[in-house]
Write a protein that binds this ligand. Structure first.
Ligand SMILES: N[C@@H](CCC(=O)N[C@@H](CS)C(=O)NCC(=O)O)C(=O)O
Length: 292
């Protein structure tokens, strides 16, 4: 029950203040559905990915690059860029693939009827089952893998929407919110650190979709790639997470997956769209700029 003090600050009925000064004020809205008609391009490969190189987007491109590295030719994909800052996620075709208007979104066009998949955890599971890879089949190992995968899906919003939002993006710094989410994120890092003290990877001795889901968020955080919060959160303390983050970050497929649909950082690390394996050598932003 809200008390008197609440209504001194807030009205009885919430109204939408479009210009609230927040970093993502231009795209945040309280209603779902498309804002405009927009066709999405379709390339020549069986899998069509519509995404952006954020941690949630990287999960899928890392998975696809890992599958290709294993020799699964059916995992060939076209990765199209969805610029969420420009509102591409509210285009009509995109909303048909993901009614939640968030990247990543996947269309599998390999069968008779196209299959849409949204939510990064669902996409990882779909691809793992389709290709029989990175998801153990033995019941105990499979349960462990899915437990950590779902742990990620439930935990990362506290890291991104909670800590990251209030520490890095909110227009006013609210000590209570930063403290609350810093504490939760440190607790989560400790959960991972204790697990990785007893196990090489999250689900056991094998590298799985659980690692692929968790690494872009928590690996990025402990390597100082996210929110500039490495010192604030004392990420060096999490020695087992550091060991695991380094091992995964060294994988060639992870290095490639991180480049796809990336629009920030060194131009040589940005491959805005990926349509062919050779694009990593020929179509990064530095190469495209040099060719102009
Ligand atoms: N639970 C979703 C989260 C996806 C998500 O939050 N995507 C963000 C980028 S990292 C997005 O598309 N934001 C656009 C928006 O909120 O309008 C998943 O894991 O796929």
């Amino acid at each position: 029950m809200k008390d008197e003090r609440f209504f001194r600050v807030y009205p009885q009925v919430w109204t939408w203040n479009k210009a609230n000064g927040g970093q993502f004020a231009s795209i945040n809205r309280p209603i779902a559905g498309p804002t405009h008609e927009k066709k999405l391009p379709i390339g020549r490969h069986p899998l069509q990915l519509y995404s952006l190189g954020t941690p949630n987007g990287q999960k899928v491109t890392i998975m696809l690059e890992e599958l290709l590295a294993l020799g699964h030719g059916g995992a060939e994909y076209d990765a199209w860029l969805i610029r969420i800052g420009d509102g591409d996620q509210f285009g009509s075709d995109f909303v048909k693939i993901n009614p939640n208007s968030k990247i990543p979104a996947l269309m599998d066009r390999s069968g008779e009827k196209p299959i849409r998949v949204f939510e990064s955890g669902a996409i990882l599971t779909y691809l793992a089952e389709k290709f029989g890879a990175f998801l153990p089949t033995e019941p105990a190992a499979r349960a462990e893998c899915l437990s950590w995968l779902f742990w990620q899906m439930g935990s990362a919003p506290y890291l991104g929407g909670g800590f990251g939002h209030f520490y890095a993006y909110a227009p006013t710094k609210i000590e209570y919110a930063i403290d609350r989410f810093a504490m939760e994120v440190k607790r989560q890092l400790d959960v991972l650190d204790r697990r990785l003290a007893e196990s090489e990877y999250l689900a056991g001795s094998q590298y799985t979709i659980a690692d692929i889901a968790v690494w872009p968020w928590y690996g990025g955080l402990v390597k100082g790639l996210t929110y500039g919060a490495a010192e604030f959160l004392q990420v060096e303390d999490y020695k087992n997470v550091q060991r695991w983050a380094d091992a995964i970050g060294d994988r060639p497929a992870v290095k490639r997956g991180r480049m796809v649909n990336r629009t920030s950082g060194e131009p040589s690390s940005q491959l805005h769209e990926r349509h062919d394996a050779s694009d990593f050598d020929t179509r990064t932003q530095d190469k495209l700029a040099a060719a102009e």
